[in-house]
Write a protein that binds this ligand. Structure first.
Ligand code: FAD
Length: 351
């Protein structure tokens, strides 16, 4: 029973609006938390992207992620009408307000990751588009706060497709001492979590590119999987994808069974794994991504607007591949290995 999913918008928004605490938002795990949510905002912006956060602010968030009273009124008006999701069903999520979703199931994945299946009301889907993410916050009954008492907010990308009805699944890697992941990994079926979205990211369009190169590290894989599923589920999309996915060890590789199955049956997809240290009989490369890996596996930059390269992973990896994201969620200057290899800024998107 989804007691709180459709709680009245005004009540929810006013509750947010009255929160005097600023919220602690972060992007990727390897960027340490700071004590100030104001200084953390760029990190969320970094994760969500300009369009995403721009939209998020327009949709009712302000610099602290707290809707104003007038936003709350507007949200109350809008909440009455359910917005159809991509599959034509009503959207369970709302970009203007936090809604609580009940955890239905936890499916262990590996030593530090599990899939968290949240219930959606019957006949609804997430309402996300490809590619977009959502924000997590502790439920009202079990808030997650940082050391200064501010609510912790983190972005996540569902691994279920946007059109999936009845549930929304997240594959989440637990970080030792991580504020949100410790909380989420401590949830039991029946517990609730507040989720808000979508946070639009790159607006993927079938056949816009001939080839897409993807470079991902660790849990930065989930936005890539969202795009790959969109392509895989659309036979008329001729886009070819090469994913270069790096991890510490073989057991850290997320969604490997999906990638291997896809690459085995669908010639549009090619997967290249990289590990810190290769076990025997493992097909992949060892160590960091090099200029040679890029020239060998990624679509050539000379193909101009026919190619795109997506990058998502821990900040040090993003920095070395493409240069980090810029202030306030901008894409930032293209630097690193991709710039050295001759790619143009317009050819690269950093999630
Ligand atoms: C668009 C987007 C989509 C994402 N999707 C997913 C997804 O689908 N699945 C997923 O698992 N992740 C995803 N992430 C990453 C996610 O948002 C979080 O960054 C991640 O889960 C860690 O959050 P946390 O609160 O648990 O860790 P944090 O509390 O942020 O800490 C992470 C690590 O840093 C350490 N740390 C914290 N503070 C400090 C400090 N001051 N000094 C030194 N070390 C410190 C902690 O000990 C911990 O090991 C996504 C990120 C983005 C930007």
């Amino acid at each position: 029973m989804l007691r709180t999913v459709f709680s009245p918008a005004l009540q929810s928004s006013l509750r947010s609006a009255s929160a005097s605490t600023r919220q602690s938002v972060r992007g990727y795990a390897s960027a340490p938390s700071s004590g100030s949510s104001t200084s953390n905002l760029p990190l969320l912006l970094g994760g969500a992207g300009v369009a995403g956060l721009g939209a998020w602010v327009l949709m009712g968030g302000n610099a602290n992620g707290v809707p104003s009273a007038s936003d709350a009124k507007a949200a109350a008006g809008k909440a009455a009408a359910a917005v159809p999701g991509v599959g034509g069903a009503a959207s369970a999520l709302n970009k203007d307000e936090w809604r609580e979703f009940k955890l239905k199931e936890v499916v262990p994945y590996n030593h530090d990751s599990a899939t968290f299946v949240f219930e959606l009301p019957p006949g609804t889907d997430s309402g996300l588009s490809t590619a977009s993410a959502v924000l997590f916050k502790g439920a009202d009954s079990s808030p997650v706060k940082d050391k200064d008492g501010k609510p912790v907010i983190r972005p996540y990308t569902p691994v279920s497709t946007p059109a999936t009805q009845g549930h929304m699944d997240f594959l989440i890697k637990k970080y030792q001492g991580g504020a949100m992941t410790s909380h989420v990994h401590g949830l039991k079926p029946g517990d609730s979590l507040s989720i808000k979205g979508p946070i639009p990211k790159f607006p993927y369009k079938a056949n816009e590119f001939e080839e897409i190169g993807m470079i991902a590290g660790g849990s930065g894989i989930t936005p890539m999987w969202q795009v790959m599923q969109d392509i895989a589920n659309n036979a008329s999309d001729k886009t070819r994808v090469t994913l270069v996915y790096t991890n510490k060890t073989e057991s850290d590789i997320l969604l490997r069974e999906k990638f291997d199955a896809l690459a085995a049956k669908d010639p549009r997809f090619k997967i290249v794994y990289g590990l810190d240290k290769l076990p025997s009989n493992f097909k992949g490369f060892q160590g960091y991504i090099t200029p040679e890996i890029i020239s060998q596996h990624l679509p050539a930059p000379g193909k101009a607007d026919k190619v795109k390269v997506f990058v998502c992973g821990p900040p040090p990896q993003v920095e070395s591949i493409s240069g980090g994201k810029g202030p306030k969620g901008s894409q930032g200057e293209l630097k690193g290995l991709l710039a050295d290899a001759g790619y143009q800024e317009s050819q690269v998107y950093k999630f």
